[in-house]
Ligand binder design. Structure first.
Ligand code: CO8
Length: 372
C-alpha cells in the first residue's frame, strides 16, 4: 500500500483585476498624494510616491492579472482596500466559504464523500480569526466526523499541510484527509505600495490524501516522499496580529501589511529551493532528468526559470514547469497546487513530478509524486 493524492480542487473567485486597472488606480492615488503633500515633498520632509507601470509588473514578475474575492473598494482611491461584509456568527465565514467550494471539487475529483474523510487541515498564509478554527467550521459544513485544525506557514502552508496528511495516512491514524488552502490574501495587500501592490491574488485549493487501498480515482498519484525545511528570515514579513490592538499601532500601516525585500528574497530563495529539490530527489534515488513535471510555487516567473535552469542546465519548457501566475498572480501557498490542479491529467502511469513551494519564513516544502 502507498499514500496517494486522489483528488484536487480549484476554486477561482469571479472578480479579477488586470495590471492596467491596478496601475490606473494606484497612479491616481499617488498623484493625488503628491499634490496634497507638494510642500512637504519640496522641503524634503516627505518622499513623493513614485508611479507604477503595467509593463514593469509583467516584465519583473510575469503577472498579468489577479483574482480578488471582493473587488469593491480595492481600486477606490479613497479606500485602497477591499470591503468585506461583516457576517454574523451563525453565517458561514468568508474563508470557510472559499474553503468549502474548493473542498467539494476535490472530493468530487477523488470520487469521495464526506464520510470517507476524518481529518480536515485548513492551511494557508492567514486565517481570518483564531478560533473556532476555520477547519472545524468547514468540517461541520461538509458533515465530516473526526477533527480539523488550522495551520499557518505562509507560502509553504499547502506543502507543509500535505506532509501532515501523508504522515497521518502512513501512520494509519486517519483514513482520508482534506488539505484546504483558502488564500484570502487581498486584505493584507498594501494597494498603496508600488513595489508590492501587484503581487497577490485570492484563490482556494484543496487536496484529498488517502491510502492506495481506498483510492477510487482515475487520476491519482503515489506520494513517494515529502520534505520540509525552514530557515528564519525577516525579508518577507507582516507584523499584524492579535496584539496590534494593545500595542496601539495603526492596523493598516505599511509595517502591518505584507512587505518584503524582494531582491534579497529572490537572491536567497532561488538557490535554497534548487538545492532543496535536488537533495530531495537524490534522497529518493531520482535524477533531475527523470522529472516529467515541476509544479512550482508561483511567485515570480524569473524565479521559477532560474530554479529549473540551475537544475536542468537549460530553461524548463512550459510543459515541464507550467505557469499560472500570469492569470492568478502569487496566491501564497496555493500557487503550486493550482499548477498541479490544472496540469496533471496528461501524465502517463509511472511519470514523476515534484510539487515545491518556497517563501516567507523562509519555508520550503516538496512532495515527489508518481502517476498511478
Ligand atoms: N512599477 C514601476 N517600477 C517599479 C514598480 C512598479 N510597480 N515596483 C518597483 N519598481 C522599481 C523599483 O523601485 C526599482 O527602482 P530602482 O532601480 O530605482 O530602485 C526598479 O523598479 C526595479 O525594482 P526591483 O529591483 O525591486 O525589481 P525586481 O526585478 O527585483 O522585481 C519583484 C521585484 C517582482 C518583487 C522581485 O524582486 C521578486 O519577485 N522577488 C521575489 C519575491 C518573492 O518571491 N516573494 C515571496 C513573497 S510571497 C510569500 O512568501 C507569501 C507571503 C504570505 C502571503 C502574503 C499575502 C498578502
Amino acid at each position: 500500500t502507498s499514500v496517494v493524492i486522489s483528488g484536487v480542487g480549484l476554486w477561482t473567485p469571479e472578480h479579477s483585476i488586470s495590471n492596467e486597472e491596478l496601475v490606473d488606480s494606484y497612479n491616481a492615488w499617488a498623484e493625488r498624494y503628491n499634490v496634497e503633500n507638494s510642500q512637504a515633498i519640496a522641503l524634503g520632509e516627505v518622499d513623493a510616491k513614485p508611479l507604477s507601470s503595467a509593463e514593469f509588473i509583467e516584465k519583473a514578475s510575469g503577472i498579468k492579472s489577479r483574482y480578488i474575492y471582493a473587488k469593491e473598494g480595492a481600486l477606490d482611491i479613497d479606500r485602497m482596500r477591499p470591503i468585506l461584509d461583516v457576517r454574523g456568527d451563525e453565517q458561514v465565514s468568508h474563508q470557510a466559504e472559499m474553503a468549502i467550494a474548493a473542498a467539494k471539487k476535490a472530493l468530487l475529483a477523488a470520487n469521495k464523500v464526506p464520510s470517507d474523510i476524518d481529518m480536515v487541515i485548513v492551511s494557508c498564509a492567514y486565517t481570518q480569526r483564531s478560533y473556532p478554527a476555520i477547519a472545524i467550521e468547514v468540517q461541520s459544513a461538509l458533515g465530516i466526523d473526526g477533527f480539523g485544525f488550522d495551520m499557518l506557514v505562509a507560502c509553504s502552508a499547502a506543502t507543509f499541510g500535505l506532509q501532515r496528511a501523508v504522515d497521518a495516512i502512513k501512520a494509519g491514524s486517519s483514513k482520508g484527509v482534506l488539505v484546504i488552502n483558502p488564500e484570502l490574501t487581498s486584505p493584507q495587500v498594501n494597494y498603496m505600495d508600488r513595489d508590492s501592490h501587484f503581487i497577490f491574488g485570492d484563490v482556494a485549493t484543496a487536496v484529498v490524501v488517502e491510502s492506495s487501498q481506498t483510492c477510487q480515482s482515475t487520476h491519482s498519484f503515489d506520494v513517494l516522499s515529502t520534505k520540509c525545511i525552514t530557515s528564519y528570515s525577516n525579508n518577507i514579513r507582516s507584523n499584524f496580529g492579535y496584539t496590534t490592538r494593545v500595542t496601539d499601532e495603526e492596523p493598516y500601516s505599511a509595517d502591518m501589511l505584507f512587505h518584503q525585500n524582494g531582491r534579497k528574497v529572490f537572491k536567497e530563495v532561488c538557490p535554497m529551493a534548487a538545492d532543496h529539490i535536488e537533495n530531495h530527489l537524490k534522497s529518493e534515488g531520482i535524477q533531475v532528468s527523470q522529472l516529467k513535471r515541476w509544479w512550482l510555487h508561483q511567485a515570480n516567473i524569473n524565479m521559477n526559470l532560474l530554479i529549473s535552469k540551475r537544475l536542468l542546465g537549460r530553461d524548463a519548457t512550459l510543459e515541464e514547469a507550467p505557469v499560472v501566475l500570469n492569470e492568478y498572480a502569487n496566491t501564497a501557498s496555493a500557487g503550486s497546487i493550482i499548477a498541479f490542479a490544472k496540469f496533471h491529467d496528461d501524465l502517463s502511469v509511472g511519470d514523476i513530478g515534484v510539487i515545491c513551494s518556497f517563501g516567507a519564513g523562509y519555508s520550503i516544502g516538496s512532495l515527489i509524486l508518481r502517476k498511478r
